[in-house]
Ligand binder design. Structure first.
Ligand code: ATP
Length: 283
């Protein structure tokens, strides 16, 4: 069964057509990433799924529920989802542990506060006031608040902005752990390496339209695209594009009688493919 089902979704702001007929299906247990340049319609789409914005047309089902519905059912539904928004919360005079404790009280089945603090790497800062946290630490707190309610579905909007490389890797491990525990995740990110590391499938959205939905490895024909073999030949760096890199490398190895100087074999990165798809610029 699909966890999220979106058909023909449309949303305009005056004459800005932000989302122009989006179809999406996200499966149970999946990490699904929405990629697109600034203004592509990601936040609009995600906030409609979260029940924060109203759609103009189309149908939306999230955990079998229409997020636009209000009332008691909506509160039960909210208990089953977790949200990490782009902008950080503003509760400067509370400590980390007080804040997480406070938020855990909103949920019927919260995770253990200590475990959550540990898993987002804030153990050393649990007694610190929020206003004294660094940007990356505040972001980790946002993530902690997103997962404290044991959500079945977690919305992550630009979760690692401001993280240092080590914190980002630790965060990826946390997300992978959440998936292993059965949490489905909708991830919005501008970091293509993050999508590649985490997502089972990605959708590229541009100007309000989904361009492709695929695994990161297959996006834009990536898996079957040509490889580039590069090596040093005397003072020159040479390269060759090929469908058969092994054959090229083998021939070079014979020519060089063994080790090929500065050999590099590459295929287009997810970022190369993505930039090509959206027209080369992040508008
Ligand atoms: P980013 O990567 O910059 O967060 P995004 O893909 O999330 O971008 P949206 O925020 O969904 O894009 O915006 C899509 C379009 O809708 C943009 O042209 C934006 O200016 C416009 N837009 C978004 N929210 C509003 C609003 N509340 N009122 C008017 N226009 C809006």
């Amino acid at each position: 069964m699909s966890l999220i089902e979106v058909k023909g979704l449309k949303k305009s702001y005056g004459d800005v057509h932000a989302v122009r007929g989006v179809d999406l299906e996200i499966a149970q247990g999946e990490i699904f990433s929405l990629l697109g340049p600034n203004g592509a319609g990601k936040t609009t789409t995600v906030e409609i799924l979260e029940g924060f914005r109203h759609r103009d047309a189309g149908s939306v089902s999230v955990l079998g529920f229409d997020p636009q519905t209000r009332g008691r059912e909506s509160r039960i539904w909210r208990d089953r989802i977790g949200i990490v928004l782009q902008s950080s919360l503003d509760a400067g005079d509370l400590t980390v542990i007080e804040t997480i404790n406070h938020f855990s009280g909103y949920y019927s089945n919260p995770r253990n506060v200590d475990e959550v603090i540990h898993s987002v790497g804030l153990k050393e800062k649990e007694g610190a006031l929020i206003r004294n946290l660094s940007g990356g630490q505040r972001r980790r707190l946002d993530v902690a608040l997103g997962i404290i309610g044991s959500p079945e579905l977690l919305f992550l909007d630009e979760p690692t902005t401001g993280f240092d490389p080590e914190a980002r890797r630790a965060f990826w491990a946390l997300i992978q752990q959440l998936r292993s525990d059965g949490t489905s995740i909708l991830l919005t990110t501008h970091y293509l390496d993050e999508a590649e590391a985490l997502a089972d499938r990605v959708a590229v959205i541009n100007k309000g339209v989904i361009m492709e939905v695929s695994t990161p490895a297959d996006l834009g024909g990536r898996a079957t695209s040509q490889a580039t073999v590069q090596w040093r030949d005397g003072a020159e760096t040479k390269s060759e594009k090929t469908d058969n890199p092994t054959t090229v490398v083998s021939a070079l190895s014979t020519r060089f009688n063994g080790e090929i100087p500065e050999l590099v074999v590459t295929r287009p990165s997810l970022e190369d493919i993505y930039l090509e798809m959206i027209g080369g610029v992040d508008e």
